[in-house]
Design a protein around this ligand. Structure first.
Ligand code: SAH
Length: 369
């Protein structure tokens, strides 16, 4: 009676905050922050939720998902597409997201070259034959620098309400800590990885020996990266089917860089012009009128004062034209950072911005305004 009561109490107490799946994803995110991988593959990615979270990690340039079930991937794959904002403000980094339909029991060359491979709550869904092939495919063939594998810890199950045999009807097995660790240590030894065990979902106080609700193994490859596929056998044929691919707009792409530079040059030039014109036109006695123009020009007047170091950099008015030297525009931090060199600035704006006849200044005709 006393024991039953305590168990009932536990079932009420065991509620993870944040929910366990979020803790698992956060664990992966923390790993990404720590190791800064450029290429990440999520095996058994299901509804792409982890991939969606990872697309915001700025170190990642290639994200791939693999699942044996195409329909579950397709449910939410639209969330992996770029948004209008991504086109308005292209990022400095490049990012490609691809989803593949296939089984982890098969090798496909598209899975080569990854830095981090995540297998969150995947292995317990594998048939015996697939589980047997898993170490060879993931550690032997894909051979990323880091592999993270999570799986339920069966020792925790008595503390979870309603769990009779397994936590999910599709689970083929659930391992206790010793079973998972001996499988992981064997795989690590065979493919020259080290492995450390941890988890998420703490057991209740006084029951620490039960271990984490989700057990996690973090595998780190011991040997250095090889740039090419250097196994004795030739690379396998492609067997996965690509079901989704998104290439995010990036400033690494000349087309987006040009757009960004042209916009920034026009924006900067217009502000300088505004500053210049306000000096000409609003140096009158109407204080109200003057103050209206003050806030926006102040930042630019300030920048201009600091950046214009000689006379050739001074913007000037010539009849109906306002001329803003390109060297002045180039010295504004954002333009400078985007272009890198003055030559690159000239190349990117050629034909896109009206320039003076010698090409040294941006020209605005005030007559048409
Ligand atoms: N990683 C996800 C989903 C876990 S459920 C999460 O943490 O929420 C396991 C997923 O693995 C399912 O989507 C299932 O379709 C997929 N799966 C099962 N067997 C697989 C196999 N042999 N190869 C690739 N994916 C598989």
């Amino acid at each position: 009676m006393d024991k039953d009561f305590r168990e009932e109490e536990f079932t009420k107490v065991i509620k993870f905050t944040p929910p366990l799946y979020k803790q698992r994803y956060q664990f992966v995110k923390d790993l990404v922050e720590k190791y800064k991988p450029k290429k990440v593959a999520d095996l058994g990615c299901a509804d792409c939720r982890l991939l969606w979270m990872l697309k915001f990690c700025s170190c990642i340039e290639v994200l791939a998902g693999l699942d044996i079930c195409a329909s579950v991937m397709k449910e939410n794959m639209h969330t992996l597409s770029p948004l209008p904002f991504d086109y308005l403000q292209p990022s400095e980094r490049s990012l490609t997201v691809t989803l593949h339909h296939g089984s982890i029991a098969h090798k496909d060359p598209c899975m080569l070259g990854f830095d981090l491979v995540t297998c969150i709550e995947l292995i317990e869904h594998l048939e015996e034959s697939e589980l047997k092939k898993f170490p060879e495919v993931v550690f032997g063939f894909m051979a990323p620098s880091i592999v993270v594998i999570s799986t339920p810890n069966s020792e925790f199950n008595p503390l979870l309400p309603g769990v009779v045999l397994y936590r999910h009807p599709d689970h083929k097995f659930e391992w206790n800590q010793a079973q998972f660790q001996s499988w992981a240590l064997e795989a690590a030894k065979c493919y020259d990885y080290s492995v450390e065990f941890t988890g998420v979902g703490h057991p209740p106080t006084g029951m620490e020996n039960v271990g984490f609700c989700t057990q996690i193994g973090v595998f780190v490859r011991k040997y250095p990266q090889t740039s090419e596929f250097v196994q004795s056998e030739k690379p396998p044929e492609a067997v996965y089917k690509t079901v989704f691919k998104a290439v995010y707009p990036s400033l690494k792409d000349e087309k987006y860089l040009q757009n960004a530079v042209v916009s920034e040059v026009i924006f900067t030039a217009q502000n300088i012009k505004h500053h210049l014109m306000s000096k000409y036109e609003y140096d009158d006695d109407d204080p109200e009128r003057k103050s209206r123009f003050q806030p926006s020009v102040d930042y630019f007047s300030d920048c201009l004062r600091k950046l214009v170091v000689d006379q050739t950099m001074e913007p000037f008015v010539n009849g109906n034209e306002v001329c803003i030297p390109l060297v002045t525009i180039f010295s504004f931090p954002k333009v400078n950072r985007l272009c890198g060199t003055f030559e690159k600035l000239c190349k990117l704006i050629a034909g896109k911005v009206t320039l003076s006849s010698d090409g040294s200044a941006v020209v605005f005709n005030t007559e048409h305004e």
